[in-house]
Design a protein around this ligand. Structure first.
Ligand code: NI
Length: 249
């Protein structure tokens, strides 16, 4: 179920028996000449919706803009500062917690979000420890960050299909998932080989100099919609099991 398609009495009924929610989390950033700007939120959305199809799970609104400062030299990229993203995560968790959601599962599609989302969780736990409510033993809601692309079965499938051509950005695996999820927006482009550098450019202009077309060692042209279907199947199975385990903690 998508929260957006529910009424408040339906949410209230859901909360009588459940207290978990999945929030797709991503970015709005360049993904090379044939990857969509929305790739990093379209992927976790496709996987979350597959999880929700055959299970009683609520999927919250996506966080579609993340920490993408190093991609800002490419048009179309939008980035939140780490402090802004921390506030977005924190206010999202605290709003849901007020209604009785106690297990908030962020299904993430963008590596650049990871340190900031984890810092947001630390802020939430610190708020709770310092608050008087903690004296009543309520404790904070539990938060979990799961990156779909590092799930062991997903990483194994990417290795099997693409080897080193998976690269680190605008990967054929993420492009495949968007081709499966949005077949009306499949793009093609001539792609020269993309070489990975040993150090990560932190400045946006340096990034564009190091990776002129936006890819990082990946061959996005290996992507197919059928590969995308396989990634969504494997990832949604793993997320479903991981979410169920998390909700029991
Ligand atoms: Ni990406």
């Amino acid at each position: 179920m998508q929260l957006a398609h529910m009424t408040w009495p339906e949410v209230e009924r859901y909360l009588e028996a459940h207290d978990g929610i999945i929030i797709p989390t991503g970015s709005t950033e360049q993904h090379g000449p044939m990857g969509l700007i929305g790739t990093d939120h379209l992927c976790p959305e496709a996987i979350a919706h597959a999880v929700a199809r055959d299970d009683e799970v609520v999927i919250g609104p996506s966080i579609t803009v993340g920490m993408a400062q190093h991609h800002l030299a490419f048009p179309g990229t939008i980035s939140l500062r780490p402090a802004t993203l921390i506030s977005v995560i924190r206010d999202t968790v605290m709003s849901l917690s007020r209604h009785g959601f106690r297990h908030i599962y962020f299904l993430n599609g963008h590596g650049g979000n990871v340190p900031t989302v984890q810092a947001a969780f630390s802020e939430i736990y610190a708020d709770s420890t310092h608050a008087a409510s903690n004296l009543r033993g309520e404790g904070p809601p539990r938060c979990r960050l799961a990156n779909w692309f590092t799930l062991p079965d997903v990483a194994a499938l990417a290795r099997e299909l693409y080897g080193d051509a998976e690269g680190q950005h605008a990967t054929p695996s993420e492009v495949s998932v968007t081709q499966f999820a949005c077949p009306e927006h499949i793009k093609s482009a001539a792609l020269p080989p993309s070489t990975l550098h040993s150090s990560f450019p932190t400045d946006a202009d340096d990034f564009r100099r190091a990776y002129p077309d936006g890819r990082m060692g990946s061959d996005s042209s290996l992507a197919t919609p059928d590969h995308g279907r396989r990634f969504v199947e494997v990832a949604s199975r793993a997320v479903k099991a991981d979410f169920a385990r998390f909700c029991r903690t």
